[in-house]
Design a protein around this ligand. Sequence first.
Ligand SMILES: O=C([O-])CC(=O)C(=O)O
Ligand SMILES: [Mg+2]
Length: 538
Amino acid sequence: MSETGYRLLRDPRRNRGTAFGADQRRSLGIEGLLPPHSTTLSSQVARIHGELSNLHEDINKYLLLSDLQARNETLYYATIMSDPAHFMPLVYTPTVGEACQKFDHIFRAARGLYLPYSAKGRLRELIGNWPVDDVRFIVVTDGERILGLGDLGVNGMGIPIGKLALYTACAGVPPELCLPITLDVGTNNPTYLDDPLYLGERHERVRGEDYHDFIEEFVTATLERFPLACMQWEDFANFNAVPILAKYRDRICTYNDDIQGTAAVALAGIYAALHITGGKLPEQKVLFLGAGSASTGIAGLIAQAMTKEGLSIEEARVRNILFDVNGLLTKDREDLADFQKPFAVDHAPVETFVDAIRAFRPTAIVGVSTVPKLFSQQVIEAMSEINERPIIFPYSNPTSRSECTAEEAYRWSKGQAVFASGSPFDPVEYEGRTFVPGQGNNVYIFPAMGMAIYATQAKRVTDDMFITAARAIAEQVDAASLEKGLIYPPQSDILEASTVAAIKVAEDIFDQGLARLPKPDDVARHIRDSAYRPAYRD
Ligand SMILES: O=C([O-])CC(=O)C(=O)O
Ligand SMILES: [Mg+2]
């Protein structure tokens, strides 16, 4: 077969489909390979909207978009960015959760890197197979705690793919610099081990020293090939997520989105909620349901932010307390993991979450338990007795794991709750008012963080950067949104909200000497000029 422009049509980065003009078709040798009429990017976007409107199941919309991403990347991003509020739930939570659960049954095409444990000792070789030399952003999972869905093994790959799509769509990190990776260290999910269609290695999860040696080989080999890359850890089990972050955070450019991104989005939610409740940050008391790494991450960051407003760290810590299946995290409990111990308090044992609310009198409750329905009517009513405007954040994902629905929170609090959830809920009508629930999801943080890191070539990622991002997001919530109960910027504006946050974080990175690039005169201009835009380029 002689070489023609045909291959262009099979390269998602360069393909324009029917938007190749007549002259281009002639000069590139693709004349005759497409129907003759040339279209524009905007009419291609309209065609995709039309096709999607004929599909009724979200998972089928997900698949259509995923096929589009594999065919024409520009059109994929132009489509998502044409209406982010509509498309985010399709390429991200909740639909991505279902896509992961079915990943092996609906598998389409290669995307990203799979590094199996059986390749231990040869990871450098596998990483060498990635076709792009300049990688700046890596999202990596080992699939053990996918959203609130648990151990999905290699099927978890949908998450790094979906997160990276949002780094681009919500903040402009160039997609060609991004790399999704799944470390396949086995799975303890018996359904997958027995399923002939499962695509991962069939053994139990590797643990202990063998596991951490594998992570070390992965980090070393990856940074050897991609020295400017930031490594973002996603959806690892707590007992691995916490030590991995501790081990690498001062050594390389890295962060954990579930711990630090979620913490920052919660802090942003609290900052914005105070505009409604009228309180001050150091006066808040936050009770967490769940004591995993998301929980300790949020509690730790709020405490740190409180110290910036005058409290000592000890004073701040006891204003952020945790409750899990075994009750309140108290100092006399013997079942606590090392990462939980700093959050244990001196307190008599408390059995139920409602009792904990009565004893501790929190201004806010945050659900990070992955167990639906735990913010019961009793819980919401107890919060409403104590607070005129109780702050209620059921943050577990996807929607099926949310601790309560938006409708329940507004109804049980008689319209007084200041509400945000991890996965999206539709607006709620209550007694003639319309409430717009915010999505307290780390999507308000990680794309901005990624853009700031990429545009500064940051050497490290610090907690202060997350506090800066949280402030920047909260500052952008306007009075009209607060009026409707919305405490995050509207999702339709997420690109601008993330860009503003990225500018603030980038300023921090430059000023703290953490950038590998010299500080430009106009940081805002630099961020905006570095951002990807979905357009066909010559
Ligand atoms: O992916 C999301 O929607 C948020 C997140 O990181 C998680 O729940 O693990
Ligand atoms: Mg996650």
